[in-house]
Design a binder for this molecule. Structure first.
Ligand code: FES
Length: 121
């Protein structure tokens, strides 16, 4: 079982419905998406050519990369389009705690020494 270091990111109302925002946690850039009933977090770099997933169009529980249209599932990080693509992005657990979005980073990643820069980007 993976142990997580839980990092407070920002107030829930800083990410509009069906939009994403990028945050830097340590050396990782994370995209956090507001799906209305929950928040999901993935790596922010598209597995195709590194496009910013946080700026993509959220459709259902997926995001469409703004650069070339790859579709990435937000629950598991799998590339859904193109269908034959096996690459994926990392996903991170998210919870809401007293109105704050809190993201779980693997404890082995050294996230405890990382710095949260908030979701205002
Ligand atoms: S960089 Fe995302 S589809 Fe090309």
């Amino acid at each position: 079982m993976t142990e997580h270091c839980w990092i407070r990111i920002a107030a829930v109302d800083t990410i509009p419905l069906r939009e994403g925002r990028a945050v830097q946690i340590g050396d990782r850039e994370i995209a956090i998406f507001n799906l209305g009933d929950r928040f999901l977090a993935t790596g922010n770099r598209c597995p195709h050519r590194g496009g910013p997933l946080c700026d993509g169009i959220v459709t259902g529980t997926a995001v469409v990369c703004p650069l070339h249209g790859w579709k990435v599932g937000l629950d598991d990080g799998r590339v859904m389009r193109p269908a034959a693509e096996a690459r994926c992005v990392a996903t991170y657990p998210v919870r809401v705690d007293e109105g704050l979005i809190v993201v779980g980073m693997p404890a082995s990643a050294g996230a405890a020494s990382g710095r949260s820069e908030g979701a205002a980007a």
